[in-house]
Design a protein around this ligand. Structure first.
Ligand code: SP5
Ligand code: ZN
Length: 374
């Protein structure tokens, strides 16, 4: 497995409100450090990426997939708060109030949106949906580097004449951090700021590759096997013919999405497939569901698979409730890679969650080992 890393992803280090306590975010740089240290003892190759090579490409896809005001907020808000004296340079912004119009004086639910507020505190809530997405001084730098890795992996896989030595490979793993699948076009949340899966998918859809099967939106699909539902990714493609398949904890964070009844709408009707599983789900049940999930992909017309991969399905994860063990990641990888090989599909793997520092490296290497052993 070729694993892409950019040291800039290590800079982001913030706080979150978790279980009514303000604490250092579980999504920490130590996760990547642990993965790199496990990889160093493995047969897999880590390549440091200078994302500046793909920067122009990245910014095109970022601009298409996130609102300009939101990108500006991610880049600018921390220094604004420091300048106003609301926080020290070493502290993080956390929102205190979110837009919500449900039933306020109206007696019924409405989803009316509003314009970006002028007030600096109001803006932080306008551009977020929870309190696990603090903004510190380096957040934007790391988020852009993270999306840059997703971009780099996607662009190398889709352009034969690329500079990376193993350009002929059919799979690439981007060590993304912060993760991406919870945030939408305007809101950070669930440790996510820029939606790496969306950016990679958009890049692949816009590829100019004479070898591809030319099925438009249907030629790229997303499989999301983080423990949590990828609400941001789902909503982004909800009305498009881009297949989004997710296996995740039922009734778990982000709580309000991920039901089986969500199947896409308009042109995207029938392209979203959710597989919520109960807490305590075993490896066997998970593997069985994975087979069903893989059957929802239209393999005949697929050129690329974007795999949002979280290790918070691990049995000891503080944010998960499934029972997968280290060796199960090898099995997951074998099952997925066998399908992609059979149908000549290239895979961009993006790191999402996974919070057990002591074992995330072993889980990661187990997955990488399995990919080549179908
Ligand atoms: C990328 C990713 O895995 N994001 C997950 C973010 C989840 N954050 C909120 C989890 C809330 C869990 N419930 C709190 C109970 C306190 N123990
Ligand atoms: Zn997760």
């Amino acid at each position: 497995m070729l694993v892409l890393h950019d040291p800039k992803v290590l800079a982001h280090d913030t706080i979150e409100l978790l279980g009514a306590r303000l604490r250092p975010a579980l999504e920490s740089p130590a996760r990547i450090v642990a993965i790199l240290s496990a990889l160093a003892k493995s047969e897999h190759t880590v390549q440091e990426v200078d994302a500046t090579e793909t920067e122009a490409l990245l910014h095109v896809h970022l601009k298409n997939s996130h609102e300009p005001g939101y990108l500006q907020h991610l880049q600018q808000s921390h220094s604004d708060w420091v300048r106003h004296g609301f926080i020290e340079k070493s502290e993080s912004i956390l929102p205190e109030c979110f837009p919500s119009f449900s039933g306020i004086g109206l007696g019924f639910q409405t989803t009316r949106d509003c314009l970006p507020p002028k007030d600096i505190f109001a803006r932080s809530g306008y551009y977020a949906f929870d309190m696990s997405s603090g903004i510190m001084s380096e957040t934007y730098i790391s988020a852009v580097a993270s999306a840059g890795l997703a971009c780099k992996a996607a662009s190398v896989l889709s352009s034969p004449g690329s500079t990376i030595s193993e350009a002929s490979t059919t799979v690439m793993f981007a060590l993304c951090r912060p993760p991406g699948h919870h945030c939408d076009t305007r809101r950070a949340g669930g440790y996510c700021y820029l939606n790496n899966a969306v950016v990679a998918t958009e890049l692949l859809l816009s590829r100019d590759d004479s070898n591809h099967k030319k099925y438009g939106d249907e030629s790229v699909a997303i499989l999301d096997i983080d423990f949590h539902h990828g609400n941001g990714t789902q909503s982004y493609f909800y009305e498009r013919k881009v297949t989004y398949v997710s296996i995740h904890g039922q009734d778990e964070y982000p709580y309000y999405t991920g039901g089986q009844a969500e199947k896409g709408s308009g042109a995207g009707s029938g392209y979203t497939h959710n597989f919520p599983l109960p807490s305590g789900t075993t490896s066997e049940d998970y593997l069985r569901t994975l087979e069903c999930a893989l059957d929802r992909l239209n393999w005949e017309v697929l050129d690329y698979l974007v795999l949002s991969l979280g290790f918070d399905t691990f049995r000891l994860d503080p944010l998960g409730s499934f029972r997968l063990d280290v060796t199960d990641y090898k099995r997951l990888a074998q099952v997925i890679s066998a399908k992609t090989a059979k149908h000549d599909v290239r895979t961009v793997i993006l790191l999402e969650g996974g919070y057990v520092i002591e074992q995330i490296g072993d889980c990661f290497v187990s997955f990488c080992d399995g990919w080549g052993q179908r």
